[in-house]
Design a protein around this ligand. Sequence first.
Ligand code: NDP
Length: 281
Amino acid sequence: MAAKIIDGKQIAKEVREQIKKEVAELGFKPGLAVILVGDDPASQVYVRNKHKSCGEVGMYSEVHRLPAETSQEELLQLIDKLNNDDKIHGILVQLPLPDHIDEKMVIDAIALEKDVDGFHPANVGNLVIGDDCYYPCTPHGCMVMLEKCGIDPKGKKAVVVGRSNIVGKPVAMMLLAKHATVTICHSRTQNLAEECRQADILVAAVGRPEMITGDMIKEGAVVIDVGINRTEDGKLVGDVHFESAKEKASWITPVPGGVGPMTITMLLQNTLEAAKRSAKK
Ligand code: NDP
């Protein structure tokens, strides 16, 4: 069976159209501040895309580009200023930060109601408890894709490969909240292939090019590939070996064009949500 493709680009487009409509109805512009410290080339591209995407849906955004030598104190002062800036509803600090800056301290400093990346410990706690929170963008994107394809995790066996705070753990919690039975695998998991073969929904967030192959996938499984890896010849591939996996899966996300386009879209969604919440205060 050849899998149906979960078209992240198309889903992202539809969600962004809805966001644009809601922004226009809001009566004021939701505002996002993005902070970039240093000149990591990949981070620069991400930040540029976030800024551009905000403009496309009618949001206000400002980018704070700080030199790599910026002190932690200076960064914390900027966050404090943005926490108190009424035109800013969401604050995102592009990670990774230079080594001399304590990432945890910086994330903790972002006002909870402006934490549109969903990385603040209180947000993470609320996600685990099942309370109101901002969902981290990439896992949220995975869940929206499932929903848009009419895939209900309820009662299904979900296997998440990867346990990072950014993807693996939160997506596992979100699947659990949707009543899936969830297994989280990682680098010390014994017999990964066997674990993966149990999955009705398989989420790969490992960072290893094409390591999940078709023989590790149950017939008819839904496969969400979060991985973004560049091969030696410059090709972009996921953590899943697409060609063999698509012969087994019922639905599969491609790379590129799967989870990738959803991440910024969910950032826009969270910023809109933050703006709406601020208006209710
Ligand atoms: P991390 O490196 O933080 O985490 C990788 C996880 O994979 C770890 O939990 C690690 O286990 C596990 N792992 C590593 N090797 C193996 C192995 N051989 N078998 C089983 N598990 C293993 O990565 P991220 O979660 O940040 O990112 C994962 C991938 O997703 C990357 O390719 C990244 O580029 C991509 N990504 C894509 C995004 C998007 O917008 N589409 C956004 C964020 C990430 P352990 O904990 O034991 O070390």
